[in-house]
Design a protein around this ligand. Structure first.
Ligand code: F6P
Length: 557
């Protein structure tokens, strides 16, 4: 059932009494510095925190009081968050513009759970695919799966883009410590030939397995790279461009929902790992799209990651909102974005293995919540998704943190850290974590004029050395960076995005904006490839750029 069908349009968000109450409240407390808020409520660091699935979530350094939280929770209830959660978990078609259920939570449902789409329990299918993935990845890892010439597979190259790439790359980088170290894992996404050439230049095609990941199997970048891979492999394995020797069967597998297109490419459907239209691309790293992850870390670790996802799913579904991590995280994002005027969120993992986590989150958060109309098609009169970005600490500290400390913009930060080192080296982990704690403290409390003066600073330099503080942050702390912890962390952000989308009353699961550029690129590619001078009917800037490019690009233009 389309959950919007027949439903009355929701009242405008900004006219809701709960929204207006939050605005009034903001006006009352906005002058209160975090120093003051902590002074009035010294134990808030032990109170404004929540814990689930091994994640400790400290939001006491956000610019909120108990009253702010109460009002935010009122807003969540008024916007129907409980009903939306129930609709998502029960397979309601909440992606209304594509008329689809949104059931990434089913990807990590334990065997035996029951989730229906159109009257059919989908959990057995999920586990059937997981079992096939486990069998296949076991063969590749053990060397039982050999290439066309009988050589063991040593290299796995996953080709995909967007949700069919960012999750696998991030998961591989994050869980590298758990990966099979005698194998090489690479990822190709960009249609820039450099990506493919650099990923393959030192590899032997006879030892290389390609996983072609594409939900639709029609994405220009992925198909272009997949054909390049086929040609590259067949040159060594099968001669020419045609798969006369049957080498593709040993060196290519597909992950997709599109059986016909996979066949057309030349991959036998016996070597296809399926998923379903109720899995959004950016919510798919725990589906078969994660096949490279499973080959890298093994099925047991992959299942531990799924258990981490599921632990947060259950927490989100069943825990009262005042202790519910994704709900709190989503509501704090609403507070910072819509009431304190922040336009961005910095994600700052103090774990080198999480270096691709901000990039992963960019798609998850911004493709989901970068929307300008409500579910009813009405232009919003409030800001929606903020801009997510970040770098691992401590590198960021020596780069952009200056702006966060003393710039004029409000940049709420998510600090992420782990208590145990995966690579203990002297006291380096203690130093790393000391930096995390120091940064969130410095951002919140800053350094006053009096403190700067007390250090004997010359008067002229005092304003330069003052750090105003009052910069909000959340700290997420886990014991150790395990597959389980990664699953929990990703699910936390997924559901936080959902909470925000629910408040904004937008469709967090479509991505129509990406389509316009794709269509224009197709037309422009034909113009660029044209033998004759093409008639260009773009604007004068685009026409001139294309002409100049055709003139200077060399080759056969
Ligand atoms: O960029 C838009 C998008 O549709 C993403 O949502 C998706 O993750 C990506 O393209 C890749 O799509 P596919 O898996 O179908 O190749």
């Amino acid at each position: 059932m389309n959950v919007r069908a027949g439903a009355a349009a929701r009242p405008a968000l900004t006219t809701r009494p709960q929204w207006l109450a939050l605005q009034r409240h903001r006006d009352q407390i906005k002058a209160r510095h975090l120093r003051e808020i902590f002074a009035d409520d010294p134990a808030r660091g032990e109170r404004l925190r929540a814990e689930a699935a091994g994640l400790y979530f400290d939001y006491s350094k956000q610019r909120v009081t108990d009253e702010t939280l109460r009002l935010l929770l009122d807003l969540a209830n008024a916007c129907g968050l409980p009903q939306r959660i129930a609709a998502m978990f029960s397979g309601g078609r909440i992606n209304t513009t594509e008329d689809r259920a949104v059931l990434h939570v089913a990807l990590r449902a334990p065997r035996g759970e029951h989730i229906e789409v159109d009257g059919k329990d989908i959990v057995p299918e999920v586990h059937a695919v997981l079992d096939r993935m486990a069998a296949f990845s076991g063969k590749v890892r053990s060397g039982a799966w050999v290439g066309h010439s009988g050589k063991r597979i040593r290299n796995v190259i996953s080709i995909g883009i967007g949700g069919s790439d960012l999750g696998p790359v991030m998961a591989y980088e994050t869980l590298r410590d758990y990966s099979q170290r005698d194998m090489v894992f690479r990822f190709v996404s960009n249609v820039d030939g450099t990506d493919f050439v650099e990923a393959t230049r030192d590899l032997d095609a006879a030892e290389t397995l390609f996983i072609i990941c594409s939900k639709t199997f029609t994405t220009l970048e992925t198909l272009t790279n997949a054909y390049a891979a086929r040609a590259w492999a067949l040159k060594v394995l099968g001669g020419a461009d045609a798969d006369k020797s049957g080498a593709v069967a040993k060196h290519f597998v597909a992950v997709s929902t599109n059986v016909d297109e996979v066949r057309k490419f030349g991959i036998d459907t016996a070597q296809m790992f399926g998923f379903w239209d109720w899995v959004g691309g950016r919510y798919s790293m725990d589906s078969a799209i994660g096949l490279s992850t499973m080959i890298a870390i093994g099925a047991e670790n992959f299942r531990a990651m799924l258990a981490g996802f599921h632990a947060i799913d259950e927490h989100f579904r069943t825990t009262p909102f005042e202790r519910n991590l994704p709900t709190l995280m989503g509501l704090l994002a609403i507070w910072n974005n819509n009431f304190l005027g922040a336009t961005t969120v910095a994600v700052l993992p103090y774990a080198q293995y999480l270096k691709r986590f901000p990039a992963y989150l960019q798609q998850l958060t911004m493709e989901s919540n970068g929307k300008h109309v409500t579910l009813d098609g009405v232009h919003v009169d409030y800001e929606t998704g903020p801009i997510y970005w970040g770098e691992p600490g401590t590198n960021g500290q020596h780069s952009f943190y200056q702006l966060i400390h003393q710039g004029t913009r409000l940049v709420p930060c998510d600090f992420i850290g782990f208590c145990q080192a995966l690579n203990p080296l002297g006291n380096q982990h203690d130093l790393l974590m000391a930096n995390l704690f120091a940064q969130s403290e410095a951002l919140a409390f800053g350094k006053t004029v009096a403190e700067v003066k007390a250090e004997g600073t010359p008067d002229a330099l005092v304003p330069h050395r003052v750090c105003e503080g009052d910069r909000p942050s959340t700290t997420i702390l886990a014991e150790r960076l395990t597959p389980h912890a990664l699953g929990a962390l990703v699910a936390l952000y997924e559901h936080s995005v959902f909470v925000q989308g629910t408040i904004w009353n937008i469709d967090s699961f479509d991505q129509w904006g990406v389509e316009l550029g794709k269509a224009l690129a197709k037309r422009t590619a034909l113009e660029i490839a044209s033998q004759k001078d093409p008639e260009l009917a773009h604007d004068s800037s685009t026409n001139a750029l294309i002409r100049r490019y055709r003139r200077l690009r060399g080759g056969d233009a």
